[in-house]
Design a protein around this ligand. Sequence first.
Ligand SMILES: C[S@@+](CC[C@H](N)C(=O)[O-])C[C@H]1O[C@@H](n2cnc3c(N)ncnc32)[C@H](O)[C@@H]1O
Length: 245
Amino acid sequence: MDEDGYFGESVAAGYDDSSAEMFDPRVVESTVDVLAELAGGGRALEFGIGTGRIALPLARRGVEVHGIDLSRAMVARLRAKPGGDAIGVTIGDFATTKVPGSFSLTYLVFNTIMNLTTQEAQVACFRNAAAHLEPGGCFVIEVGVPDLRRLPPGQNVVPFQVGETEWAYDVYHVATQKMSSNYVKVVDGRGEFRSIPFRYVWPAELDLMAQLAGLRLRARWDGWTRAPFTDESRQHVSVWEKPAG
Ligand SMILES: C[S@@+](CC[C@H](N)C(=O)[O-])C[C@H]1O[C@@H](n2cnc3c(N)ncnc32)[C@H](O)[C@@H]1O
C-alpha cells in the first residue's frame, strides 16, 4: 500500500480493463437512472469516485457531480476521460474530508464502505455524508450482504476464482467483522500476491450508523433495478434520507 491506498498505480492502470459485470453498460445505466432520480436536479457527491465509472455517465445526465478519493492514480484516469476535467475531485479520506457546499445526494457504490476497516470509520463516513446533505437529501450505499452463509462451521475461507494461473479468495474473521480479499496470479512463472483488507457490515448495522448520523431509511432494494430486498439477497442498495426541516 502507498499514499494512494490499495488503489495505486498498478491497480488503477488495469481498473477500467476489467471485464467485470460492474462495467456492463446496462448495470451502469440502471445505477445512473436511480442516482439521477434521487439527485432530483441537485448536486451529487461521490465518495470513492475512482476512475469515474458512475460519475461520468451521471454528469452526462446533467447532474453536477463532485468526488472524494484517496487515490491520485485512480483520479488521473478520470481526468483523462472526456468530461473528466469538468468534475471537481478532492483528494482525501471520505470518512472525514469536507468539500464546499451542500448536496442533494451523496453516494458510495460497489462495496466501497467496506474499505473503511473499522466500525468507527464507517460511522464517521455516515456522519460525513449527512453533513454534506441538504434537508431532504439522500445517502445511497451499494454493498454486498456478508457472505457468511457460505462458511460451514470451522471454515473461514471462501474461494471465488479458481483458474489455471489465477486464484482469489476471501478470508473472514467473524469475531471482528474483518475480512480480506486475496489474489494470487502467476506471471512469467512467478507468483504475485495482493491482499485488500475490508470490514464487512450488516444492513441493520448500517441502519444504526445512519440513525447515529441523523438519517432514516427510505428504501432498501436488492439492486439498482429496485427489486425487493429479501432473505436471499446477496447485495443491497440502501437509501437513507436527511429529514427535511
Ligand atoms: C472499488 S473502487 C470504486 C470506484 C468507483 N466508485 C466505481 O464504482 O468504479 C474504490 C475507490 O474508493 C477509493 N477509496 C477507498 N477507500 C477510501 C477512503 N477511505 N477515502 C477515499 N477514497 C477511498 C479508492 O481509491 C478507489 O478509487
